[in-house]
Design a protein around this ligand. Structure first.
Ligand SMILES: C[S@@+](CC[C@H](N)C(=O)[O-])C[C@H]1O[C@@H](n2cnc3c(N)ncnc32)[C@H](O)[C@@H]1O
Length: 241
């Protein structure tokens, strides 16, 4: 069977419910770029999945809306909220259009590991810019494209640790992992780092911060081979007034 985010939604939600160090790390570095309190702020979580980031935004007081185009993913997010009402709301919507979100209605957009899934980055950034208030901000993480390029593997241990093997960095587009237990068996879009940055600038965003954080202690303990590489690239950008 060809997997999609819809077909793996239940599996994905279960991974996060039982604790995924990588997803918790991605959430935490993204949240570090946001104010500690978001009371009164409208925050859109683009590609919310089962809601790990949306719930955290609501816990900071935001009026948090999570959107995802895959109905089963939204069902998982709504089910997680039912276990303890978080105040987060969810809707089925495509990040490339954000058709359910009013123009100029959002103070912050978060996108945790989701812009690398939208098929049209330019359309998504057009939609994000439309829904943000002037001066509103976009904060996103993506798998670091330099190290998580299509079909990247590991060598045998060298100097005590396996090394990342990366090829085909310049070949942009959809690819699917062969790992039957991997998240990216649902497929995702590879884009060069420069493509993300130039597309952002071309859509009227000012890049305020970028980061390539060292893996958390928990990620490094679970996957020691990753200790010396940044698994994610993070950007905070503001929409020009
Ligand atoms: C790796 S998951 C991340 C989910 C969540 N943000 C998290 O941190 O766990 C990628 C998400 O992107 C979503 N996605 C795929 N295509 C999308 C699109 N066109 N617009 C918005 N989200 C999309 C998937 O359904 C999936 O929930």
């Amino acid at each position: 069977m060809t997997e999609t985010w819809d077909t793996i939604a239940v599996w994905y939600a279960e991974q996060l419910r039982t604790g995924s160090a990588m997803h918790e790390f991605s959430r935490d570095i993204l949240l570090d770029c946001l104010p500690k309190t978001l009371a009164g702020q409208q925050v859109l979580d683009l590609g919310c999945g089962e809601g790990i980031i949306t719930r955290a935004l609501a816990a900071r007081g935001a009026r948090a809306l999570g959107i995802d185009p895959f109905p089963r993913m939204i069902e998982q997010a709504q089910a997680a909220t039912k276990n303890g009402p978080s105040g987060a709301r969810y809707a089925v919507d495509d990040g490339c259009t954000l058709a359910t979100v009013a123009t100029g209605s959002v103070d912050w957009v978060t996108a945790g590991l989701s812009l690398n899934n939208v098929p049209d980055l330019s359309a998504a950034l057009t939609a994000v810019r439309r829904v943000l208030v002037p001066g509103g901000r976009l904060v996103f993480t993506i798998p670091h494209p330099c190290f998580e390029a299509p079909h990247a593997t590991w060598t045998a241990a060298a100097q005590g640790r396996p090394r990342r093997v990366v090829g085909d960095y310049h070949v942009e587009g959809f690819w699917r992992s062969d790992n039957p237990q991997g998240v990216r068996r649902a497929g995702n879009q590879h884009r060069m780092l420069s493509t993300y940055l130039t597309t952002l600038v071309g859509h009227g965003f000012l890049i305020e911060a970028t980061a390539e954080p060292t893996p958390s202690a928990q990620v490094a303990a679970e996957q020691p081979q990753r200790a010396a590489l940044p698994p994610f690239f993070l950007v905070r950008a503001s929409s020009k007034k």
